[in-house]
Design a protein. Structure first.
Length: 319
């Protein structure tokens, strides 16, 4: 987000899709099990693949949310199911290794004359969630770790849904004057203005979390401009409000953004305040995104099903 003088203009990247449903969520561990497959060596490799994997393992081990699994364990499983113990996995191989080993994320790759290439794969689905091509394994570890953290935190928060029959809520966006609500496929352009609106038939408290394309997790509401998140039944609330002296505008990079509105009948701190930083709209600290997602899940389990509801907005922003 970006603030400018005078009439403040705060930039935000958005993507909207609206859904209200209950679905399964990813396991809410404080750390994620990660297994590294021995890399393949290609012609004129800049360094032996074993050295590359050792260096990457060393750097990834410094991230507290990553729990590295012994490479020998992964190697034994691959040997048992008769897979090549080096190189790049396909989707089915990754899923098979994940099911047998219990490892959540697998990293594979190769070393060539141009450097090293690595991928992080979510083993439950075989989906590639991060890639990195670098000669510096510290940078590679940083890029992979961030991709892992952002993907899992995003999925955990986005999929933490609850629909209460005791609560009726609305959550929508207005993009350059166009109302975007349930079931609408919305496309926006960089430079469009946007506002967010919320209404409920029950007194309670509102929290809106914004997971941006950059991977940043932003507490959109409450914020420094509107610190009180109590809402009254039948009253429409908006960000920005009519009294605010700033706008929200789509800026580059284009991409996908996910917003989740959590409404609860009693006050809940969905995000740990000690893990937030910044002014205006606070952001979850780097390295704390998985912990933040876990905090949201823990808070939801302390509420009865009829005490809270969650709604999701997504939008595609194009240049």
């Amino acid at each position: 987000m970006q603030r400018k003088g005078g009439m403040k203009k705060i930039s935000i990247f958005m993507i909207f899709f609206f859904a209200v449903c209950t679905t399964g969520i990813l396991p809410q561990e404080a750390s994620i099990s990660v297994g590294i497959i021995d890399f393949q060596s290609k012609d004129n490799a800049v360094s032996p693949s074993g050295e590359a994997v050792s260096a990457l393992t060393s750097h990834l081990g410094k991230y507290k949310f990553i729990n590295l699994v012994e490479r020998s364990k992964i190697g034994s499983i691959m040997k048992e199911i008769e897979l090549s113990q080096t190189g790049v996995l396909d989707e089915n191989e990754a899923i098979k290794i994940g099911k047998i080993s219990g490892v959540r994320v697998l990293i594979d790759g190769y070393v060539s004359g141009k450097g090293a290439y690595a991928r992080a794969i979510y083993a439950e689905t075989g989906k590639i969630i991060a890639v990195s091509a670098a000669a510096d394994f510290r940078i590679m570890a940083k890029e992979l770790a961030r991709g892992i953290e952002v993907y899992l935190a995003k999925e955990n928060i986005r999929n933490l849904r609850n629909e209460s029959s005791d609560i009726t809520t609305e959550f929508w966006a207005e993009v350059s004057g166009r109302k975007c609500g349930a079931g609408t496929e919305v496309k926006a352009q960089v430079g469009n203005t946007v506002s967010f609106h919320f209404k409920t038939d029950t007194d309670g408290y509102l929290t809106i979390i914004d997971i941006q394309p950059s991977g940043d997790i932003v507490l959109l509401y409450p914020n420094d401009f509107a610190p009180n998140n109590a809402v009254k039944a039948g009253v429409e609330y908006s960000i920005p409000s009519n009294d605010d002296t700033f706008d929200l505008t789509f800026t580059e990079p284009a991409g996908q953004d996910t917003l989740v509105a959590f409404f609860s009948k009693r006050k809940v701190d969905w995000l740990d305040k000690e893990k937030l930083s910044g002014d205006g709209f606070k952001t979850v600290l780097d390295g704390e995104k998985i912990s933040a997602a876990r905090s949201v899940a823990i808070q939801s389990r302390q509420l009865k099903k009829n005490e809270w509801e969650s709604l999701v907005l997504t939008i595609n922003v194009e240049k």
